[in-house]
Design a binder for this molecule. Sequence first.
Ligand SMILES: Nc1ncnc2c1ncn2[C@@H]1O[C@H](COP(=O)(O)OP(=O)(O)OP(=O)(O)O)[C@@H](O)[C@H]1O
Length: 510
Amino acid sequence: MTAATVTEPAVELDGITKRFPGVVANRDIHLHVAKGQIHAIVGENGAGKSTLMKILYGMQRPDEGEIRINGSPVGFHTPADAIAAGIGMVHQHFMLADNLTVLENVVLGSEPRKGGIALDFAAAHKRIKEISDAYGLGIRPDATVEELGVGDRQRVEILKVLYRGARILILDEPTAVLVPHEVEELFGNLRDLVSQGLTILFISHKLDEVLRVADAITVIRRGTTVATVDPKDVTARGLAELMVGSELPSPETRESTVTDVVALSVRGLSVLTDGRAVVDDASFDIHKGEVLGIAGVEGNGQAELVEAIMGMRACTADLLTLNGASIADWSTLRRRAGGIGYIPEDRHRHGLLLESPLWENRVLGHQTRRPNARGIWIDRAGARADTRRIVEEYDVRTPGIDVDAAALSGGNQQKLIVGREMSGDPVLLIASHPTRGVDVGAQAAIWDHLRRARAAGLAVLLISADLDELIGLSDSLKVILRGRIVADVDPATVTPEQLGSAMTGAGEGA
Ligand SMILES: Nc1ncnc2c1ncn2[C@@H]1O[C@H](COP(=O)(O)OP(=O)(O)OP(=O)(O)O)[C@@H](O)[C@H]1O
């Protein structure tokens, strides 16, 4: 990289302000990103990172401020304007059609077909190959997406934006779903991209990764840019302190609180989908005071296992008991009322009513907890008071409890769900990715809440793609692969790399 490319600006955001009712999401932001660099953006939940990226990608209009791309002022009205200016966004949730090929996924929707001219698939095939080869992405245009692993799917998403001509890529928490060796591969890909003059903006809550991959890091605190630092000059802890604006408490040491009282017992549980066992003969106990972690690459049956235990998906089982009582025939609502808290994987589909205010979301799935003379009438005042408590205890950043859940940042939505599901002292908490999308401070706070509840006897089934979280919180840890529980590992000694290998079946005999 020459000195000239380092100093040439690709993106300049100056004096950007964006207001929402009751909130200033961005306040006088200044962000300068040099061409050919990986520039990370970090900040607490609700700090304003997504809003800023949406402004850069034409999804939101700033109230004030100027955007310059490659030195020229621009005014984006839609993402199409941003794409035309060479900006691409790689979303955290992949937007690929599984049953189509890479070629079809990349081409469809991106090719304007003027005058009814048919798509030139041969040319597209050639172009995809060229892009893949140029940046070492190793993508086969004819592969069907469903054959691909998570890392490859992400490379297809990157290829899709490159195909549309992007020279500036925005990546929103790209490593959230990757195991360690896939993270390394992604970082290799990103290095290849910037070495050829592309520019990458990278949002992440994983500060260690940010420090490894970024050339520059900008910290946003409460809507405004507070510092741009060189990763060589700062530690993860120093970055976190810049994010929160104060010193962080030291992490607690851990002690086992596992009892010999079984909270959940599962024997021979299987889930069939299209005649295939997506969960195959799972058996385990979770004791009071124990966190049982399930490690697996996404799509290996962990989601189906959780849904079966919640009664949201048909299964067969020799035994399924909560506190000794068989729950196999219970509805989901009854299982919840019987003491199972549930933090779902997809907070938008199963966790929240986005168009309803926070206090109504507090009631979701919990109406019949304590039947009384008023039957299933919602205790409005109680729900409101409890929502205020959750907002306070879990530090949900919101202008109030009457705003719609949609107005909260992703991490703050997650904090609200965790707080709600921990209310009412559940016997068992099923936690799918409980800290996905939350910042390091909120993650530590959620871990503290979980540890305190565990010490008081809560049993937890923890599913997480964050291997540090799995290792750090679990008392026992099992690996799920192609629907089968294939290994028990000791969380006290396993490293994330070893766990990642076990999850991908590396070292398997067959
Ligand atoms: N459409 C909206 N309507 C109202 N308020 C919004 C809207 N979008 C964002 N906000 C508010 O703007 C602020 C910044 O949110 P933003 O999503 O940009 O944060 P973030 O840094 O990306 O957080 P996270 O790490 O949790 O994703 C928050 O207070 C949020 O509640």
